[in-house]
Ligand binder design. Structure first.
Ligand SMILES: [Zn+2]
Length: 165
């Protein structure tokens, strides 16, 4: 389930109580990378933020974005190790409170769905256990909507919904 609040936040809830939000700033940053033009390349990175102490909600507030080391084409994006280092730096900057909450990338399609490569990348990230939280947020930015999924080890991605940024 996805809901847009009047504050501009998008809140989501998965089965079994996993929940979270995307800040208006994160939504703005994501839509900036949307592949609106015929020559736009895929983009991607990590979703950073905080875990709410009361609800365990994933509060997405920041992103890592394409840069040195990444490989980008019209239909693929390879995330370099630099994103991991930036997530560690973000953790330091936030007195060890900020953490990585998930993955994002773009697709040159209106209402995006994960490819086979996406599913195996997500599975690999879940299994190497760099995420503190129980499951991660998986976002794909399309040309019209942003698709949101909740991912947990050994389970199929759970679709939370698509929203217009
Ligand atoms: Zn993809």
């Amino acid at each position: 389930m996805l809901q847009r609040l009047t504050s501009g936040h998008v809140v989501w809830e998965a089965k079994e109580g996993a929940c979270g939000s995307l800040s208006p700033d994160v939504i703005k940053k994501l839509s900036k990378w949307s592949q609106k033009r015929i020559y736009s390349k895929e983009a991607g990175g990590l979703i950073l933020g905080f875990v709410d102490s009361e609800t365990n909600g994933l509060l997405a507030e920041e992103l890592t974005v394409p840069g040195p080391g990444d490989q980008r084409s019209r239909t693929s994006f390879f995330r370099s190790e630099r994103h991991q280092r930036e997530a560690e730096y973000w953790n330091m900057q936030t007195n060890c409170k900020g953490t990585q909450l998930g993955l994002w990338h773009t697709h040159p399609e209106a209402n995006p769905t994960p490819s086979g490569t996406d599913l195996s990348d997500c599975e690999r990230v879940l299994r190497n256990g760099r995420f503190d939280c129980n499951g991660l947020l998986y976002l794909i930015v399309g040309t019209q909507t942003i698709g949101c999924w909740h991912a947990q080890v050994g389970r199929p991605l759970y679709l939370l919904g698509h929203f217009k940024p």
